[in-house]
Design a protein around this ligand. Structure first.
Ligand code: HAM
Length: 419
């Protein structure tokens, strides 16, 4: 039997893995600059956590969960997390922070699982980098989240369009929901099967239906139903985004696929990814902490689809090249090579000691294949002189360099290549 990976799952290595790591590192640094701290939460939770937060009628819960009954804990149905928000909210409540210190700022990064139909940019396991901020009901926090994504856009050199909307709050959202429900009922015969089935339970999903596009266009718009507070909140978000130079458009159909959103919702869209173009998305979820048994604390956040965002980047930019491949010709040379490599790595250089026991030609082939800038050759003669032969693999030239000068020579070459 030859094992094969599952459909929608990926093996990621080399430049592609480095691209993902670069996105995650960049997002992490930005979050830390915004005084957001890391939280690590389990990949496995009870299924009902997601039913009560992401929503019974969300596609995620209805169709996409990897759920199973735990053999040890009888009757407990578990699920691989399809998103990070519910777990973070659970952890926040479980630690009692909603009562002791409600204002908290968390980020997380890790794999999420959704049994979706795989296509470009859509996987069944994918990495999300998410931020969740609790205890801040102000518009500045919503704006700050989008500013973080915009900083990522700038630092990675991406083109992104921000789309935003407001769904209203406990006061005005019900009126909007009712209006969409009545609109849906009036057009019941024209709705697609999904929208018809969930109309009474979740009418807002009609607005972002990929099939009923025409109907959605003339459906009621949340903007027209916002109460005064929500209208002011949304206007402030937009003003603060404009101040920060974050270009955005209002998309009245942006209701998002998850049930917990109130007020601000947003997506960051990349034109480089194709159909699956939302590379980050989020919004406010002021009722969620309370709905999961906590205190009435405001919440707002977003998640970046790391794999999807990485597709918009040129992986070649992130390819790694060894500064040096060390070829040791003989046992004594190998021992010197090992200690030299340690010293070079201590200076931050990327170094591989090539497999011993092979001829120089084979060793140089390997050095070429790993894209090393230099081969460092150590034979008996070099050993005796306390030197190495340094071969520039691109220029095919070589010189002898004293061992003590090697690190400085390689570091200078690296700096010159970067300049
Ligand atoms: P979401 O829109 O479901 O929101 O996912 C956020 C991002 O994750 C998407 O914009 C996309 O880039 C990426 N993503 C989602 N599904 C896939 C997939 N199958 N393959 C690849 N990438 C995918 C949430 O998950 C919310 N928890 C975001 C949030 C945090 N809202 C408030 N706080």
């Amino acid at each position: 039997m030859q094992p094969r990976r599952l459909r929608g799952f990926q093996d990621i290595a080399g430049a592609q893995a480095r691209t993902l790591a670069a996105v995650e590192d960049c997002a992490r640094a930005i979050a830390e600059r915004h005084n957001v701290s890391e939280i690590r939460i389990p990949a496995l939770e009870r299924l009902d956590l997601f039913q009560h937060s992401s929503g019974e009628t969300s596609d995620i819960v209805e169709k996409q969960m990897y759920a199973f009954v735990d053999r040890d804990e009888a009757e407990t149905t578990l699920a691989l997390r399809p998103e990070g928000t519910p777990g973070v909210v659970r952890a926040y409540i479980e630690a009692g922070m909603d009562r002791s210190e409600p204002e908290q700022r968390f980020y997380y990064v890790g794999p999420m699982f959704r049994r979706e139909r795989p296509q470009k940019g859509r996987f069944r396991q994918f990495s999300q980098f998410g931020v969740e901020i609790f205890g801040r009901a102000d518009a500045a926090t919503d704006a700050e989240l989008m500013i973080m994504v915009d900083e990522l856009r700038r630092e990675l050199g991406l083109e992104l369009n921000f789309e935003i909307n407001s769904l209203g709050d406990g006061e005005c959202r019900p009126r909007f929901r009712q209006a969409v429900l009545e609109y849906g009922r009036a057009h019941l015969g024209e709705l697609c099967e999904d929208c018809r089935n969930r109309l009474e339970r979740n009418p807002l999903r009609l607005l972002d239906c990929k099939i009923d596009v025409k109907l959605a266009e003339s459906a009621p718009r949340s903007q027209d139903y916002l109460c005064e507070h929500c209208r002011a909140h949304f206007a402030t978000v937009r003003e603060l985004l404009a101040d920060a130079g974050v270009a955005h458009t209002v998309n009245p159909r942006l209701v998002r696929g998850l049930d917990y959103y109130t007020r601000t919702t947003f997506e960051a869209i990349s034109i480089a990814v194709g159909a699956q173009s939302a590379v980050a998305a989020g919004g406010r979820y002021d009722g969620l902490v309370e709905a999961l048994g906590g205190a009435p604390v405001a919440g707002t956040g977003f998640a970046i689809g790391v794999d999807r965002l990485a597709l918009a980047l040129d992986a070649a930019r992130f390819a790694a090249h060894a500064d040096a491949a060390i070829a040791a010709l003989g046992d004594a040379a190998l021992r010197r090579a090992m200690s030299l490599a340690t010293a070079l790595r201590g200076r931050g250089l990327r170094v591989e000691v090539l497999a011993p026991g092979r001829g120089l030609k084979a060793l140089m082939r390997r050095a070429d294949r790993i894209g090393a800038r230099y081969a460092v050759i150590i034979g008996d003669d070099e050993l005796a002189r306390g030197a190495v032969t340094l071969r520039d693999l691109a220029a095919s030239t070589q010189t002898e360099v004293a061992e003590r000068d090697l690190a400085a020579t390689l570091a200078a070459a690296r700096a010159a290549a970067r300049a």
